[in-house]
Ligand binder design. Structure first.
Ligand SMILES: [Fe+2]
Ligand SMILES: [Fe+2]
Length: 347
């Protein structure tokens, strides 16, 4: 707690003490960091001084596909059109209130430690440190040693989850690029073996830092010990962001989604839908609970449909079924070669 408080106070120093040259190495993050800096300069901005002031009329949400809700007000997920998922009972997943101690304990730590200061430092570390180069399949095999503490729905290793997801997408006749996304969407969890401080900065649902933590984030109560929870800017509705700035401008909590997004963006030929599936698949408060609409731009509604389509396979393919790795390996090696031009990938 004391350490984290200290980190929060030090955050502006990272920018102001002639270390800006490091941040300029951080391509997409520069936009967010510049917004962060301008919040301190533009004290007269109504966004900074009073987040309750409506600086523009709230946008109407574009009409998306017709959605239905169950008796608890939760969105009903359409699994009927999937050959492999149509018999799945969706109510049996993400039951956090019944979750084991390890899951609850994980979220307590994650919510207390994912701060703006940590996020900036993790991005700098990612862009300035070298880790390892290896083929995608080798990296996947390393995941066989990892059981995700945040996941209440599986106790199998991560390579089993990767293959279950990919095989479900394949069985439904989805495009080859999406099958490969299924296989590698969680490959960023390899970060656990390199640079992480534990599982709290690798796995779990994601959320933006730098603005108010949505009540729709699972175990929201654990944020009260996060140093940003009472920060004058980071605890406000818009925080460091502009209304409808778009998801790309958000600094999502650091973990396997962001990490793998940057690796895939730089080293694969994936389209923007594939990259969005990787980047936002753990952003449940957004794609499942409808939070953060006030930060979305128009194009994000297209991305939302894409991510929701992927999420069905990520979540509901979880089962006790284990595949024979030797049998399916040749098919996926070919897929990897198709979208990752270099055999060795820099992680
Ligand atoms: Fe994930
Ligand atoms: Fe996953």
């Amino acid at each position: 707690m004391d350490n984290d408080n200290k980190k929060t106070k030090e955050a502006p120093k990272i920018i102001h003490e002639n270390e800006g040259h490091i941040l300029e190495l951080i391509d997409e993050d520069v936009q967010s960091v510049n917004a962060f800096r301008s919040q301190f300069k533009e004290e007269s901005s109504p966004v900074v001084r009073n987040n309750e002031v409506k600086i523009e009329k709230e946008k109407e949400e574009p009409t998306t596909k017709k959605e239905t809700f169950n008796e608890n007000g939760k969105r009903k997920i359409d699994l009927q059109h999937s050959k492999v998922l149509k018999d799945v009972d969706e109510t049996q997943f993400r039951q956090y209130q019944k979750a084991k101690y390890r899951v609850r304990n994980f979220y307590k730590e994650q919510h207390e430690k994912q701060t703006m200061a940590y996020n900036l430092q993790a991005r700098i570390n990612f862009k300035t440190k070298k880790r390892a180069s290896m083929p995608i399949w080798t990296a996947l095999c390393k995941l066989s040693k990892l059981i995700d503490d945040s996941d209440p729905d599986t106790e199998l290793s991560q390579i089993d989850h990767a293959i279950q997801t990919a095989e479900a997408i394949r069985a439904d006749g989805k495009p080859r690029w999406m099958q490969l996304v299924g296989l590698i969407h969680d490959l960023g969890k390899i970060l656990y073996f390199f640079d992480s401080e534990g599982q709290w900065d690798v796995v779990g649902d994601t959320f933006p830092v730098g603005c108010e933590f949505s009540k729709d984030i699972i175990f929201h109560e654990f944020f009260k010990n996060n140093p940003d929870f009472n920060h004058p800017i980071y605890s406000s509705k818009y925080g460091i962001y502009e209304p409808h700035c778009g998801l790309k401008a958000l600094m999502l909590s650091w973990g396997h989604d962001e990490y793998m997004y940057y690796i895939a963006k730089g080293q694969s030929t994936f389209n923007d839908q594939a990259l969005a599936m990787i980047r936002y698949h753990s952003f449940y408060p957004w794609h499942r609970e409808d939070a953060y609409r006030h930060l979305m731009c128009d194009d994000d509604y297209r991305i939302l449909e894409v991510v929701r389509d992927f999420n069905k396979y990520d979540l509901y393919s979880k089962s006790d079924l284990r595949y024979d790795l030797a049998e399916i390996k040749p098919y996926y090696l070919e897929l990897i070669e198709e979208f990752f031009p270099n055999e060795l990938v820099d992680f």
